[in-house]
Design a protein around this ligand. Sequence first.
Ligand code: DGL
Length: 269
Amino acid sequence: MSDPRPIGVFDSGVGGLTVLSEIRDRLPYEHIVYFGDTARVPYGVRDLAEVRWFAFEIIRYLIGLDVKLVVIACNTATAAALKAAQRSFDVPIVGVIEPGARAAVEETRNRHIGVLATEGTVASGAYRRAVHNLDAGVDIYEQAAPSFVPLIERGVVDGPELEKVARGYLAPLKEEGVDAVILGCTHYPLISAPINRILGPEVRLISSAGQTALEVGRILSRRGYLRRPKHAEDEGLSSYICSADPEEFAALGSRFLEEEIEAATPAVF
Ligand code: DGL
Protein backbone atom coordinates (compact mmCIF):
# COMPACT_ATOMS: atom_id res chain seq x y z
CA MET A 1 0.00 0.00 0.00
CA SER A 2 1.21 3.50 -0.78
CA ASP A 3 -0.18 6.74 0.61
CA PRO A 4 0.58 9.63 -1.76
CA ARG A 5 -0.86 12.38 0.48
CA PRO A 6 1.69 15.04 1.50
CA ILE A 7 3.09 15.75 4.95
CA GLY A 8 2.24 19.31 6.11
CA VAL A 9 5.06 21.25 7.82
CA PHE A 10 4.74 24.79 9.15
CA ASP A 11 6.65 27.53 10.94
CA SER A 12 6.42 31.28 11.41
CA GLY A 13 8.96 31.72 8.60
CA VAL A 14 11.96 29.95 7.10
CA GLY A 15 13.16 28.24 10.33
CA GLY A 16 11.04 25.13 9.81
CA LEU A 17 12.99 24.44 6.61
CA THR A 18 15.63 22.96 8.93
CA VAL A 19 13.03 20.34 9.88
CA LEU A 20 11.79 19.88 6.30
CA SER A 21 15.34 19.19 5.22
CA GLU A 22 15.76 16.37 7.79
CA ILE A 23 12.39 14.86 6.84
CA ARG A 24 13.43 14.84 3.20
CA ASP A 25 16.76 13.18 4.01
CA ARG A 26 15.12 10.42 5.99
CA LEU A 27 11.88 10.05 3.99
CA PRO A 28 12.86 10.95 0.42
CA TYR A 29 9.70 9.52 -1.15
CA GLU A 30 7.31 11.71 0.78
CA HIS A 31 5.63 14.76 -0.74
CA ILE A 32 5.78 17.77 1.60
CA VAL A 33 3.78 21.00 1.73
CA TYR A 34 5.63 23.68 3.70
CA PHE A 35 3.85 26.74 5.09
CA GLY A 36 5.85 29.76 6.29
CA ASP A 37 3.73 32.37 8.05
CA THR A 38 6.05 35.18 6.96
CA ALA A 39 3.37 37.87 7.29
CA ARG A 40 3.20 37.29 11.05
CA VAL A 41 6.79 36.31 11.95
CA PRO A 42 8.12 36.50 14.67
CA TYR A 43 5.83 34.37 16.81
CA GLY A 44 8.17 34.34 19.79
CA VAL A 45 7.29 37.80 21.07
CA ARG A 46 3.52 37.29 20.80
CA ASP A 47 1.01 36.11 23.32
CA LEU A 48 0.79 32.30 23.27
CA ALA A 49 -3.02 32.47 22.78
CA GLU A 50 -2.50 34.47 19.61
CA VAL A 51 0.12 31.98 18.35
CA ARG A 52 -2.35 29.15 19.08
CA TRP A 53 -4.92 30.92 16.91
CA PHE A 54 -2.41 31.22 14.03
CA ALA A 55 -1.41 27.57 14.40
CA PHE A 56 -5.03 26.39 14.24
CA GLU A 57 -5.63 28.51 11.15
CA ILE A 58 -2.62 26.98 9.40
CA ILE A 59 -3.43 23.41 10.47
CA ARG A 60 -6.96 23.83 9.04
CA TYR A 61 -5.44 25.18 5.84
CA LEU A 62 -3.07 22.21 5.57
CA ILE A 63 -5.85 19.72 6.31
CA GLY A 64 -7.74 21.39 3.44
CA LEU A 65 -4.80 20.29 1.26
CA ASP A 66 -5.35 16.69 2.43
CA VAL A 67 -2.14 16.25 4.42
CA LYS A 68 -1.71 12.90 6.20
CA LEU A 69 0.30 14.32 9.13
CA VAL A 70 1.17 17.81 10.38
CA VAL A 71 4.56 18.81 11.79
CA ILE A 72 4.54 21.97 13.88
CA ALA A 73 8.12 22.88 12.91
CA CYS A 74 8.17 25.79 15.34
CA ASN A 75 8.91 25.54 19.05
CA THR A 76 6.80 28.56 19.95
CA ALA A 77 3.76 27.16 18.12
CA THR A 78 4.43 23.72 19.61
CA ALA A 79 4.45 25.24 23.11
CA ALA A 80 1.31 27.25 22.35
CA ALA A 81 -0.78 24.78 20.40
CA LEU A 82 0.42 21.16 20.19
CA LYS A 83 -1.79 19.66 22.89
CA ALA A 84 -4.89 21.68 21.96
CA ALA A 85 -4.39 20.82 18.29
CA GLN A 86 -3.98 17.11 19.00
CA ARG A 87 -7.28 17.23 20.87
CA SER A 88 -9.04 19.16 18.11
CA PHE A 89 -7.96 17.48 14.85
CA ASP A 90 -8.05 13.88 13.64
CA VAL A 91 -4.81 14.04 11.66
CA PRO A 92 -1.64 13.07 13.62
CA ILE A 93 0.25 16.18 14.78
CA VAL A 94 3.92 16.18 15.78
CA GLY A 95 5.75 18.98 17.60
CA VAL A 96 9.46 19.74 18.01
CA ILE A 97 9.90 20.18 21.77
CA GLU A 98 9.73 16.62 23.06
CA PRO A 99 12.15 15.27 20.40
CA GLY A 100 14.71 18.01 21.24
CA ALA A 101 14.36 17.40 24.97
CA ARG A 102 14.91 13.67 24.46
CA ALA A 103 18.05 14.21 22.38
CA ALA A 104 19.49 16.56 25.01
CA VAL A 105 18.77 14.22 27.92
CA GLU A 106 20.45 11.40 26.00
CA GLU A 107 23.54 13.48 25.18
CA THR A 108 24.31 15.41 28.38
CA ARG A 109 26.96 13.95 30.67
CA ASN A 110 27.00 16.49 33.48
CA ARG A 111 23.16 16.80 33.40
CA HIS A 112 23.34 20.60 33.03
CA ILE A 113 21.34 21.53 29.94
CA GLY A 114 20.91 24.98 28.42
CA VAL A 115 17.89 25.98 26.34
CA LEU A 116 18.06 28.81 23.85
CA ALA A 117 14.57 29.72 22.67
CA THR A 118 12.10 32.51 21.98
CA GLU A 119 10.51 34.46 24.81
CA GLY A 120 7.21 32.64 24.26
CA THR A 121 8.80 29.19 24.45
CA VAL A 122 10.80 30.05 27.58
CA ALA A 123 7.73 31.59 29.26
CA SER A 124 5.65 28.49 28.49
CA GLY A 125 7.99 26.25 30.54
CA ALA A 126 7.50 23.56 27.88
CA TYR A 127 11.19 22.54 27.68
CA ARG A 128 11.57 22.35 31.44
CA ARG A 129 8.55 20.03 31.62
CA ALA A 130 9.65 17.91 28.66
CA VAL A 131 13.21 17.46 30.02
CA HIS A 132 12.03 16.70 33.55
CA ASN A 133 9.52 14.15 32.26
CA LEU A 134 12.53 12.25 30.91
CA ASP A 135 15.05 12.94 33.72
CA ALA A 136 13.83 14.82 36.78
CA GLY A 137 17.43 15.32 38.01
CA VAL A 138 18.65 17.48 35.12
CA ASP A 139 19.41 21.16 35.80
CA ILE A 140 18.01 23.43 33.11
CA TYR A 141 19.06 26.99 32.26
CA GLU A 142 16.81 28.77 29.81
CA GLN A 143 17.76 31.85 27.84
CA ALA A 144 15.33 33.83 25.68
CA ALA A 145 16.93 35.15 22.49
CA PRO A 146 14.35 37.50 20.92
CA SER A 147 16.76 39.20 18.48
CA PHE A 148 17.78 36.04 16.63
CA VAL A 149 14.65 35.35 14.54
CA PRO A 150 14.31 38.88 13.08
CA LEU A 151 18.02 38.81 12.17
CA ILE A 152 17.78 35.38 10.52
CA GLU A 153 14.64 36.37 8.59
CA ARG A 154 16.71 39.30 7.26
CA GLY A 155 19.31 36.79 6.11
CA VAL A 156 21.86 37.70 8.80
CA VAL A 157 23.33 34.36 9.94
CA ASP A 158 26.88 35.37 10.89
CA GLY A 159 29.09 38.45 11.14
CA PRO A 160 29.70 41.12 13.80
CA GLU A 161 26.04 42.12 14.36
CA LEU A 162 24.90 38.56 15.02
CA GLU A 163 28.03 37.68 16.99
CA LYS A 164 27.55 40.60 19.39
CA VAL A 165 23.94 39.62 20.12
CA ALA A 166 24.89 35.93 20.45
CA ARG A 167 27.69 36.63 22.94
CA GLY A 168 25.19 38.43 25.17
CA TYR A 169 22.74 35.50 25.12
CA LEU A 170 25.34 32.78 25.51
CA ALA A 171 27.41 34.26 28.36
CA PRO A 172 24.98 33.19 31.12
CA LEU A 173 24.74 29.65 29.69
CA LYS A 174 28.53 29.39 29.62
CA GLU A 175 28.71 30.53 33.22
CA GLU A 176 26.33 27.77 34.26
CA GLY A 177 28.68 25.13 32.83
CA VAL A 178 26.11 23.42 30.61
CA ASP A 179 27.48 20.68 28.34
CA ALA A 180 24.49 20.60 25.97
CA VAL A 181 22.45 23.47 24.57
CA ILE A 182 19.09 22.83 22.95
CA LEU A 183 18.52 25.05 19.94
CA GLY A 184 14.92 25.53 21.04
CA CYS A 185 13.83 27.44 17.96
CA THR A 186 13.88 25.90 14.50
CA HIS A 187 15.57 29.02 13.11
CA TYR A 188 18.67 28.57 15.28
CA PRO A 189 20.36 25.68 13.43
CA LEU A 190 20.90 28.30 10.70
CA ILE A 191 23.24 30.12 13.11
CA SER A 192 24.84 27.06 14.67
CA ALA A 193 28.31 28.02 13.31
CA PRO A 194 28.64 31.27 15.33
CA ILE A 195 26.94 29.68 18.37
CA ASN A 196 29.40 26.80 18.22
CA ARG A 197 32.31 29.16 17.90
CA ILE A 198 31.27 31.11 21.01
CA LEU A 199 30.35 28.11 23.19
CA GLY A 200 33.37 26.02 22.19
CA PRO A 201 33.65 22.38 21.10
CA GLU A 202 32.95 20.91 24.55
CA VAL A 203 29.31 22.07 24.42
CA ARG A 204 27.01 19.98 22.19
CA LEU A 205 24.35 21.79 20.21
CA ILE A 206 21.08 19.89 20.06
CA SER A 207 18.59 20.48 17.30
CA SER A 208 15.28 18.65 17.33
CA ALA A 209 15.01 18.40 13.53
CA GLY A 210 16.58 14.95 13.17
CA GLN A 211 14.63 13.41 16.05
CA THR A 212 11.40 14.96 14.79
CA ALA A 213 11.97 13.47 11.33
CA LEU A 214 12.52 10.04 12.90
CA GLU A 215 9.26 10.38 14.82
CA VAL A 216 7.41 11.32 11.62
CA GLY A 217 8.84 8.22 9.93
CA ARG A 218 7.79 5.96 12.80
CA ILE A 219 4.20 7.25 12.82
CA LEU A 220 3.80 6.97 9.04
CA SER A 221 5.26 3.49 9.04
CA ARG A 222 3.13 2.20 11.92
CA ARG A 223 -0.05 3.60 10.41
CA GLY A 224 0.69 2.33 6.91
CA TYR A 225 0.84 5.94 5.63
CA LEU A 226 4.23 5.79 3.86
CA ARG A 227 4.38 6.64 0.17
CA ARG A 228 5.91 3.72 -1.72
CA PRO A 229 6.55 4.65 -5.35
CA LYS A 230 7.01 1.95 -7.98
CA HIS A 231 10.37 3.38 -9.09
CA ALA A 232 13.24 4.29 -6.77
CA GLU A 233 13.90 7.51 -8.67
CA ASP A 234 10.32 8.75 -8.10
CA GLU A 235 11.25 10.97 -5.13
CA GLY A 236 8.75 13.14 -3.27
CA LEU A 237 8.14 16.75 -4.22
CA SER A 238 8.20 19.74 -1.88
CA SER A 239 5.97 22.75 -2.39
CA TYR A 240 6.02 26.03 -0.50
CA ILE A 241 3.31 28.40 0.66
CA CYS A 242 3.84 31.64 2.57
CA SER A 243 1.67 34.45 3.86
CA ALA A 244 3.85 37.41 2.74
CA ASP A 245 5.96 38.10 -0.36
CA PRO A 246 6.52 34.72 -2.14
CA GLU A 247 9.60 35.94 -4.01
CA GLU A 248 11.32 36.98 -0.81
CA PHE A 249 10.44 33.65 0.76
CA ALA A 250 11.77 31.71 -2.25
CA ALA A 251 15.04 33.70 -2.26
CA LEU A 252 15.76 33.32 1.47
CA GLY A 253 14.47 29.74 1.59
CA SER A 254 16.68 28.71 -1.35
CA ARG A 255 19.70 30.11 0.44
CA PHE A 256 18.98 28.23 3.64
CA LEU A 257 17.95 24.96 1.96
CA GLU A 258 20.95 25.23 -0.37
CA GLU A 259 18.72 24.38 -3.27
CA GLU A 260 16.53 26.39 -5.58
CA ILE A 261 12.93 26.97 -4.44
CA GLU A 262 11.52 27.85 -7.83
CA ALA A 263 8.32 29.40 -6.55
CA ALA A 264 6.33 29.87 -3.38
CA THR A 265 2.55 30.27 -3.48
CA PRO A 266 0.87 33.06 -1.51
CA ALA A 267 -1.55 31.71 1.10
CA VAL A 268 -5.21 32.62 0.88
CA PHE A 269 -7.05 31.85 4.10
N1 DGL B 1 11.02 28.90 14.40
C1 DGL B 1 10.21 29.43 15.46
C2 DGL B 1 10.43 28.62 16.73
O1 DGL B 1 10.90 27.49 16.63
C3 DGL B 1 10.48 30.88 15.54
C4 DGL B 1 9.51 31.61 16.36
C5 DGL B 1 9.36 33.04 15.98
O2 DGL B 1 8.82 33.30 14.91
O3 DGL B 1 9.74 33.89 16.81
O4 DGL B 1 10.12 29.01 17.83
